[in-house]
Design a protein around this ligand. Sequence first.
Ligand SMILES: Nc1nc2c(ncn2[C@@H]2O[C@H](COP(=O)(O)OP(=O)(O)OP(=O)(O)O)[C@@H](O)[C@H]2O)c(=O)[nH]1
Ligand SMILES: [Mg+2]
Length: 293
Amino acid sequence: MLAWTARRRRVPPLVGVQHPAAATWREDAEGGDLCCPVVRVLVVIPTYNEAENVEAVVRQVHDALPGAGILVVDDGSPDGTADLVEKVATELQDVHVLRRSGKQGLGSAYRAGFRWGLDAGYDACVEMDADFSHDPAALPRLVAPLEDGYEVVIGSRYVPGGTIPNWSWYRHLLSWGGNRYADAVLGLGVADSTAGFRVYAASVLGRLDLDRVRADGYGFQIEMTYRSKQAGAPITEVPISFVDRVAGSSKMSSAIVVEAFALVGWWGLGRLWHRLAGHGDRSEQRPSAIMDR
Ligand SMILES: Nc1nc2c(ncn2[C@@H]2O[C@H](COP(=O)(O)OP(=O)(O)OP(=O)(O)O)[C@@H](O)[C@H]2O)c(=O)[nH]1
Ligand SMILES: [Mg+2]
């Protein structure tokens, strides 16, 4: 953490996370000598009716990772969320809004945000909710493993140190059960595959073929984990505290839970078929036809 801060100071315009795969070598502004490779991080925040949260979350993300870009992907929120972000963007550097028409789902918003980030040349994209369930102060810890060559970092509630302080027993059961189910069926080897606070290196996003990712909500997080694993990405989890939103309303629905359950079952069948056909465990191979159907 200390080292991370020190490196960031050497290269002020960028988030100075060392990354073995990073192609960008920057010249030290003062000395003129070659400095460490740095990763340009884009924090992607999907929003739908988050007027009560969005300005504060953008400011806190900016404070936590001053060199990072921020992209809010808003689906035409009737409450004026996008306008609020545009106002903050006149004040803070590297803050952007991607306006889309109509609510198109969380997965679709992230896919659009990742494509935007890849086109703009960022080296890593962070996924983060706008409702303060994901603490902006945890961002430096979340991006730090990029230094060690990890391509996917998951902010996990189910590794030692991870907590969910104020959930009902019902939400606990749903989330924990969903995770165990996805792990058992898909062999993910990850404690929290439904977590939505995570980082992807651009290298893995480029290998994934985002056009083929189809799920939304929890299913989207599981699918991205599965596809990342198949793409051979080194994945790690860091503990986070996940708190329930205080302002605004949840967009979670039973349809999102059913979609995740059904898709995991479908992908699991594909995995089983692949094994029975004698192709071994396909959890680290290219995505199957069954997944893409
Ligand atoms: N662009 C876009 N953002 C969305 C959409 N649905 C939800 N979001 C945003 O995605 C983030 C997560 O949504 P939440 O409503 O908090 O859902 P959740 O975190 O899965 O569920 P809770 O635990 O109940 O909060 C928030 O920032 C939402 O504003 C959508 O269709 N489009
Ligand atoms: Mg939420």
